[in-house]
Design a protein around this ligand. Sequence first.
Ligand SMILES: [Zn+2]
Length: 388
Amino acid sequence: MPAPSIEVIANLAKRRGFVFPSSEIYGGMAGFWDYGPLGVELKSNVKAAWWRAMVQRRDDIVGIDAAIVMHPRVWEASGHVAGFSDPMVDCRNCKLRFRAEDLKGPLDQIACPNCGQRGTFTEARQFNLMFQTHVGPMTETASVAYLRPETAQGIFVNFANVLTTTRRKLPFGIAQMGKAFRNEITPGNFIFRDREFEAMEMEYFVPPPDEDRWFAYWVEERLRWWTEEIGIGADRIRLRPHEPDELSHYSRQTTDIEYQFPIGWSELEGVADRTDFDLSAHAAASGRDLSFFDEATGGHLVPFVIEPAAGVDRAVLTVLIDAYEEEKLERDTRVVLHLKPHLAPIKAAVLVTDGGDLRRHGQHRQALPAAGRDRHSVLRHGRRRDAR
Ligand SMILES: [Zn+2]
């Protein structure tokens, strides 16, 4: 069956109470979404599966839960204040963002390098993706703060705390899940790209010589998680190493785990080799020692970092798309979501089909046998509910 369109999934999500447009009675707000009764369960099950695989079932990874608002100097040291503010251009068609300097030629004439459409570029804008806020009662420069655009920095600034309190040896990881915010110019495609989203990130600290080995390990391990534990079809997921010119400012090598979304192959998770960029930058900016004391050699070293990072909302979208099937019945069609039991919002249902129920649901009367209480009638009644 061809993959359902994003619109079909968004409509299903709204109809069944998975995801609603945020503040819908006021017209909604682009890039913000509310999870309904079924959605909050599905989302929480996806997060639980990640936490089990990345923290609870491993003895080399611990978790933290850092604050969303961090010291503004964190984002200067990390490069987000400077690096997030290049002149940027967005493609209105495929929603990808490009640095203006990477696009050669007049913006209203050249073709999008990703989707090939012409005339779809926004104007170049100096734009920082971080949401600003003010801490304290005075709206003045000194109190400017940012909502975190990723959870990773909360891990780096706690590296020494975790090291001291857990007495870890390399390699070891620190994992975090939580809300993050990016003021995207062109949010879109339902919950594919949100302005408020939830991230699942793990920073794995390794001795620098072991960088390549652990990078390869985490690419394979995360791919395995998506297919085996989340149940994503192996024919709709693939690995794509980044070209040197598309690497982030902190990364030496990155491989995306991509899913074949209805809008094309796109990132589902990124595994990035962040080297010692973040720890070294924070050590320099804060004046704190963020190195690791290696008892074997008696020397200090700054570990390299391998980071698998995924978005919870995009994971939920992927699960919905991948699980979706329109099943033909004798007379009509019903939508079935083939979810793994540990992800399903509802594990089992008991549906009452006695006479009182039938009188209230007159349209079902003919579909049920007169007795109305045997097992088959329950099953058939359940189908009817699904088919609506
Ligand atoms: Zn495009």
